[in-house]
Design a protein around this ligand. Structure first.
Ligand SMILES: Nc1ncnc2c1ncn2[C@@H]1O[C@H](COP(=O)(O)OP(=O)(O)OP(=O)(O)O)[C@@H](O)[C@H]1O
Length: 223
């Protein structure tokens, strides 16, 4: 899955991408890093097809119906319960599917009948994440999936993302939290200077920047 030679100028005249080329490795967690405002969400929106753009620069990506995208923000109205929200997402794949409280991850069972308007921000994110993961998709896009989650929830989310990749699905995620990344098969892509400034394994990133941690590599790599 590749983006080739993609340039984008924003409506206010700022150039966001300049001949950006990126390769996302199938069956891996591809972790997109970069400073605030550098264009990570814009790239995910483009891949997902929720942002208009010249798609001739996108090669090998599945079509929209085969992509699961956890965007920032919750797409449900306040009166929908957690169980109803997950049920609604589940029928996207299988109209006859039913969901019981016992089918939910342990951390969501206790709030299964709570309405969205009564959930915390982190709980809303967890519901949305869980709903996306229960869909069978070839490509999953997660935009800062750890955002607002407590440490235990972050571990569950990252473990689930690792499982998606080890089951052969491709994941592209953005994050600002380098201390809690998915384990296993990961590739780091650093978006800086309007293009992908580095792509490789976390170990290669540290070797290239001659640093001993991913945080140090990031700070050196994007400067
Ligand atoms: N609706 C919009 N209209 C105009 N400009 C926008 C819009 N949304 C985003 N931008 C601009 O596009 C640029 C990239 O935004 P984007 O959300 O992709 O960055 P990001 O790398 O995901 O940032 P962050 O890490 O803060 O989430 C920013 O400079 C932002 O000002």
């Amino acid at each position: 899955m590749q983006i080739q030679d993609y340039s984008l100028v924003l409506p206010d005249g700022r150039q966001l991408f300049n001949r950006l080329t990126a390769e996302f490795v199938p069956g891996k967690v591809n972790i997109l890093l970069g400073a605030n405002g550098v264009g990570k969400t814009t790239l995910l929106d483009l891949i997902a097809g929720v942002r208009a753009g010249d798609r001739s620069h996108l090669l090998g990506f599945p079509t929209m119906g085969h992509i699961g995208y956890e965007m920032q923000g919750a797409p449900f109205t306040g009166n929908v319960t957690v169980l109803e929200a997950l049920q609604m997402m589940r029928v996207l794949d299988d109209p006859a599917a039913t969901l019981e409280v016992a089918d939910l991850p342990a951390d969501l069972q206790a709030i299964a009948h709570t309405r969205f308007k009564a959930l915390s921000g982190g709980q809303r994110r967890l519901v949305l994440f869980t709903g996306i993961c229960q869909l069978r998709r070839d490509l999953y896009l997660f935009d800062e999936p750890e955002n607002g989650l407590d440490l235990r929830a972050v571990k569950r989310v990252m473990a689930q993302i690792s499982r998606l990749a080890s089951s052969g699905r491709t994941v592209i995620m953005t994050t600002h939290q380098l201390r809690a990344l998915p384990e296993g098969n990961t590739q780091v892509l650093v978006l800086a200077g309007q293009c992908i400034a580095f792509a490789g394994t976390p170990a290669e990133f540290m070797a290239e920047t001659q640093t001993g941690s991913l945080e140090a590599a990031y700070l050196k790599g994007v400067s």
